[in-house]
Design a protein around this ligand. Structure first.
Ligand SMILES: [Zn+2]
Length: 240
């Protein structure tokens, strides 16, 4: 093949994958992208994962992927009268999206940067146990120090042939997130919202935590990508 043709093919493929004029599933079945089999979603707090990639997890689960999810703080300080409340909410929400055995570590809320080394040690154990081929992490530039710490620790830990996608957590200060990959969640948005509805402690407590926010963000990402509803991601690394 002439070099110009090869470059043209690569350019076309890249356009399909990254501007998403094409269908990601078609790209996968065409062999451009390795179809994930084992998926690991990492979050700092209960609700991070469902907010960021809940619809995609349901979709991956329905396509036969094995799902694993872990959070690093139980946020027991936020509900002192009921310290296990947020942990229980996470267990219900994670099961709702298809995670059979949600994992919870107990690092202190808002102090994750001071525990980065120990968190990486736990991530190494997860890497050995799960052997994921797709890892969802928070946005590396998320202004929340706990989200950023989980993201940076994961980017350093998962250095094998894992695809790493950064997800979006809607909250104040998260406006700099610009997605480069969109996953169609039109068929799974309702399950995502059902999962988020388990976080009873968060409704009314946080300005961004309501069904209208969840739907409008999904609709915005859908409008940007030609789907009815979508979740947006920033690719950290990907192999094809
Ligand atoms: Zn969080």
């Amino acid at each position: 093949m002439a070099l110009s043709s090869l470059l043209s093919l690569l350019k076309t493929t890249r356009v399909e994958l990254y501007t998403l004029q094409g269908d990601a599933t078609a790209a996968m079945s065409a062999g451009f992208v390795v179809t994930p089999r084992k998926v690991l979603a990492l979050g700092a707090h209960p609700d991070d994962i469902e907010l960021g990639c809940g619809g995609s997890l349901v979709k991956l689960n329905e396509s036969g992927c094995q799902l694993h999810a872990a959070i690093f703080s139980r946020c027991s300080d936020e509900t002192p009268d009921e310290p296990t409340l947020r942990a229980r909410e996470f267990e219900l929400a994670a099961r709702e999206v298809g995670v059979k055995r949600p994992l919870l570590f107990d690092f202190p809320n808002r102090e994750l940067p001071e525990h980065r080394h120990d968190m990486m040690h736990e991530m190494e154990k997860l890497q050995a146990m799960v052997e994921p081929d797709l890892v969802f992490i928070p946005f590396l530039e998320d202004p929340h120090q706990d989200h950023e710490t989980v993201a940076r620790a994961a980017a350093r830990t998962f250095r094998r042939r894992e695809t790493i996608l950064q997800y979006e957590i809607i909250r104040y200060g998260s406006h700099s997130f610009t997605p480069s990959l969109f996953i169609d969640i039109s068929a799974t948005l309702d399950r995502k919202i059902a999962a988020l509805s388990h976080y009873r402690s968060q409704f009314k407590r946080r300005a961004y935590f309501d069904e209208e926010s969840f739907r409008s963000l999904a609709r915005t990402r859908g409008a940007q990508s030609g789907y009815d509803y979508a979740e947006g991601f920033v690719v950290y690394k990907m192999f094809w």
